[in-house]
Every structure is written in structure tokens, then in C-alpha cells.
Write a protein that binds this ligand. Structure first.
Ligand code: BES
Ligand code: MN
Ligand code: ZN
Length: 497
């Protein structure tokens, strides 16, 4: 979808559809009373009859009946005016995509961003909602007609002020959305396509297009580096593991980088500790963290964020075969810490621990891993929030705030020392799974052991990476979670902070 801005009078702009926001009281929305007047009281009648109540994400098509230039009005609900937020605008825009698309509109004009709040933020939020809400993964559908038909949205301003700033907001939002959609595309690809090699190629392609550095550490080099955690997970698969290293320089050479680590398990069958068949197909999304890291690096580079940023992606497939790692095996990870495998399905931490250790060479200003790590996190938080754990209150706080601002919400879980008791092994330094209780936390605690002295945070996106039902601007399927969150966090990173 194309998104742009223009200057025009809303009701004199000839277009297929005009998207207008309405609060729970007609008089609260700018332009709505005027529109109602032009349409001879139609809107007031909808409010009176309750056919449109202005509740969040209510949507109603209204015919322009030749009295205004737009053929139709897409009236979309924003809830209570004093509770208006960027998230409400994002969702309303996503809802409008389906409303307009359902009516067969190809291009729409929108004044949703004029509903209230900070102008720049409102513009970004609505354009984001439109673009993300119009996503469909239809690469493997022979009939592509089901796609929402809206392919163009123009945000309209009645005055010509702040032109440069508005154009910039639209361009930056398009770049950010592109990165989210790249992430969604990568996650949506099935396991037979999105192998570790495919992920590596996607990273190389993205790096070439954006002018950042990308290096792939192959199996032989992993062996030299003693990355036995990653190698152990890859043992049961015919797909070669890859360790992807992306480096973006947006700040001075001596500025310490933020290092992102993304779990890249391209399919997780559980290995010898095989998962039940029911729902196993979803485990193609077990590289959502990896995809978010690749997307975030693309966004950072295209937005020219003034930070140094490194992306590390350990990629492998977790399958059972004659060579697969087994329960009872003891693995010496890259850091030298030995781990007794008690469950081969706790594979994510086995690759992440090597990546976190590798990250130490960058002396990170912040080290953030993102992973579909535990079903337990999904049990705890469902799909409303990702879990966050960390060893730095400030880093956790900054990420929590970025989560609130972007609508990619986070909720903190503790990683207290006491949880370590659950991870002690009789025969090795640690075991890789702690049993039934506090599964999200013990996984986080395990990772913490490999973060060294770095300021570290762990994001568990098991519950948020895959959208089951479909939300206003997140259609069913890959959510692309993490990119907007991390970019928002990076926007706030100041040198030497
Ligand atoms: N990839 C899964 C976690 C997961 C489960 C993500 C459901 C999304 C939805 C991970 O590798 C896993 O299998 N974790 C185990 C850990 C356990 C064996 C300690 C889990 O959560 O059951
Ligand atoms: Mn697993
Ligand atoms: Zn997994």
C-alpha cells in the first residue's frame, strides 16, 4: 500500500472514500458535525439509532449522495475523546482498511489523523495502521482476489503548513512499515522454504540493499568458535546451521553498539523430545525473533538512526534424526559453561546462549534478545503482551515505555537468583530445562548466565509473534512483532547512555 500526504479541503476532495474518525459523541470529532450538516443529518441519525456508536473500531460506510465530493465516507470509531491514543488511531486505521476494502475501494483519503493529539504522532500512527492493516501473505495463493483491495491512502491536511515535516513522517512511516512487513513475510514463509540458508540469504539481500555489513558464520567456523550450543540443535537436521552477523554503523566508531539477538529456529519439531502433532505446524514461526532482528536492522539503516547496531541470528532447525542431540547429552557451550540436555525441545536457549556469548566481543551498550522461547510465557501473558526480563532496570524501563508507545506491550517477569536452583544439574553446570514451574522465568534466568556484564534484556514473544484471530492492524498470521518496539527503543538511545 502507498501512503502519502496532501493538502486539500476534505469534503471537496473527489475520491472513492474519505476515512473520518468519530468519537462516542458526534460533537467531539472535528469535521463530523460539518459533514453531518452537508449530508442532511445522516450521521446524527446513525448515532441516534445506534447503528454507529463511535466505540473503538466500530465502522460504518456512509454514502456521499453527491453532497460531498468523496463518493463514500468510512466512518470509524475512536471511542472516548479523552482516551484517544496513538494505538486507538492505529487500530481505527486498520479497521478502516477492511471497511473500505470490503466496499471495493482501491484508494482512500483520510482525515483520521486530525481527530486530536500531537499532529506528527497521529499522522504516523494512522499511516502505520493503514499500511500494516492492509497486509496479506498470498504468495502461495493462486487466487489473490481475497486481498483487501485498498492500495492507496492519502492523509489529507486542510492547510499547507509543516509540509517538510509531514512528508518526512509519511516517508519514515513507510520505511518502518516496510521493515515490519519484511519480518511478517519471513515468518509467514513455511519451514520448507524458510530454512537457515534462506534466512541467511534474506539477511544478505537486505544488507546489500541498505548498505550495511553482513557476514554468515558457517558450520566450520562455528566449530572453530566452539559454538556447540547451536551445533547441537542443528545436529538432527539436514539443513546447515547459519550464524548471521549484521552490522549497521549510524554513529561514531567508538560508540558502543546496541546488540540484538534473534532466535532463528526455522522449524521446531522439538527434536527427540518430540512435540505433539497438534498445532506443530505453527512452529514454522520459531524464527520470529530472527525475522524481527533482520527487520529492525533494515529499519535502522533506512531511517538512518544515529546508533551503532549489531544483529546476531543463530539459525538452525530442530528435528529428530539419528544424529540428533539427545536428552542426557552434555554440551559445552561457547562460553565454556556445560549444559545437560534434559529436554531437546528447550532448544532456543541452546542457540541463544552462544549468540549472547558471541555478543560480548562488541562490548554492547545494551544487549537485547528476542525469541519465541517458551509456551509458559504464552500461558502467563497470552497474546496481549510479550514477556520481558533483564538485569538492568533502566533498559527494562526503556523497553517497557517503547512497548506502550508502539502498542507492542511488554510485561516484566523476575529473573531472581533463586530461580537458578531449578536449573542446576547433577552432572553439568546447568541443565537446559527446569521443569513445570516458572518456565518463562527459568528460560530467562538461563539466558542471563550468558549475558556477562552487559546491560541485558530478554523479550519472550511466544504469545505475540503469531496472531490467531486477527486484530485491527494485524491480520491473522505473522504479527511482525518486535520491529516497531525495537526501533522506538533505538530512537531514544543517546550516545554514551
Ligand atoms: N518454540 C518453543 C516455544 C513456543 C511454544 C513458542 C508455543 C510458541 C508457542 C520452544 O522451543 C519450546 O519448545 N519451549 C519449551 C521449553 C520446555 C521444554 C522447557 C516449552 O515451552 O514447552
Ligand atoms: Mn522447542
Ligand atoms: Zn523453539
Amino acid at each position: 500500500m502507498q501512503i502519502r500526504t496532501t493538502v486539500a479541503a476534505p469534503f471537496e476532495c473527489a475520491c472513492e472514500a474519505l476515512v473520518v474518525g468519530g468519537f462516542d459523541r458526534l460533537e467531539d470529532a472535528p469535521y463530523l458535525a460539518l459533514l453531518d450538516e452537508k449530508l442532511g443529518g445522516q450521521i446524527a441519525e446513525l448515532y441516534r439509532s445506534g447503528e454507529f456508536d463511535g466505540k473503538r473500531n466500530a465502522v460504518r460506510m456512509v454514502d456521499g449522495i453527491g453532497r460531498v465530493a468523496p463518493q463514500r465516507i468510512v466512518l470509524v470509531g475512536l471511542g472516548r475523546k479523552r482516551e484517544l491514543s496513538d494505538e486507538a488511531l492505529r487500530q481505527a486505521a486498520g479497521t478502516a482498511v477492511r471497511g473500505a476494502g470490503g466496499a471495493g475501494c482501491r484508494a482512500a483519503v483520510s482525515i483520521l489523523h486530525l481527530a486530536g493529539g500531537d499532529e506528527d504522532a497521529a499522522l504516523r500512527a494512522t499511516l502505520e495502521g493503514f499500511r500494516l492493516g492492509s497486509y496479506a501473505f498470498d504468495r502461495y495463493k493462486t487466487d489473490k482476489k481475497k486481498k483487501p483491495s485498498l492500495t492507496e491512502v492519502t492523509a489529507l491536511f486542510p492547510d499547507g503548513q509543516q509540509k517538510a515535516r509531514r512528508t518526512r513522517a509519511a516517508k519514515e512511516t513507510a520505511a518502518l512499515c516496510d521493515a515490519v512487513l519484511l519480518t511478517r513475510d519471513l515468518v509467514s514463509e513455511p519451514g520448507n522454504v524458510a530454512t537457515p540458508t534462506f534466512l541467511a540469504e534474506a539477511a544478505v539481500r537486505m544488507a546489500a540493499a541498505t548498505g550495511i555489513d553482513c557476514r554468515i558464520v558457517e558450520r566450520e567456523e562455528m566449530e572453530r568458535l566452539a559454538m556447540h550450543g547451536i551445533l547441537a540443535v542443528a545436529q538432527g537436521s539436514r539443513q546447515a546451521p547459519k550464524f548471521i552477523v549484521l552490522e549497521y554503523r549510524g554513529a561514531g566508531v567508538d560508540e558502543r553498539p546496541v546488540v540484538l539477538v534473534g532466535k532463528g529456529v526455522t522449524f521446531d519439531a522439538g527434536g527427540i523430545s518430540l512435540k505433539p502433532g497438534e498445532g506443530m505446524d505453527r512452529m514454522k514461526d520459531d524464527m520470529s525473533g530472527a525475522a524481527a532482528v533482520i527487520g529492525t536492522l533494515q529499519a535502522a539503516a533506512t531511517l538512518k538512526l544515529p546508533v551503532n547496531l549489531v544483529g546476531l541470528v543463530p539459525a538452525a532447525e530442530n528435528l529428530p534424526d539419528g544424529g540428533a542431540y539427545k536428552p542426557g547429552d552434555i554440551v559445552t557451550t561457547m562460553s565454556g559453561t556445560t549444559v545437560e540436555i534434559v529436554n531437546t525441545d528447550a532448544e532456543g536457549r541452546m542457540l541463544l546462549c552462544d549468540a549472547l556469548h558471541y555478543a560480548q566481543r562488541y562490548k554492547p551498550a545494551a544487549l537485547i534478545d528476542i525469541a519465541t522461547l517458551t509456551g509458559a510465557c504464552m500461558v502467563a501473558l497470552g497474546s496481549e503482551a510479550s514477556g520481558i526480563m533483564g538485569n538492568s532496570a533502566r533498559l527494562v524501563r526503556d523497553l517497557l515505555q517503547a512497548g506502550e508507545r508502539t502498542g507492542e506491550r511488554l510485561w516484566e517477569l523476575p529473573v531472581w537468583d533463586g530461580y537458578g536452583d531449578l536449573m542446576k544439574s547433577d552432572v553439568a553446570d546447568l541443565k537446559n530445562a527446569g521443569g513445570r514451574w516458572a518456565g518463562a522465568v527459568t528460560a530467562g534466568w538461563f539466558l542471563k548466565q550468558f549475558a556477562g556484564n552487559a546491560r541485558w534484556a530478554h523479550l519472550d514473544i511466544a504469545g505475540t509473534a503469531w496472531e490467531e484471530k486477527g486484530r485491527p492492524y494485524t491480520p491473522k498470521g505473522a504479527a511482525g512483532v518486535g520491529v516497531r518496539l525495537l526501533v522506538e527503543y533505538l530512537r531514544g538511545v543517546r550516545p554514551e547512555s
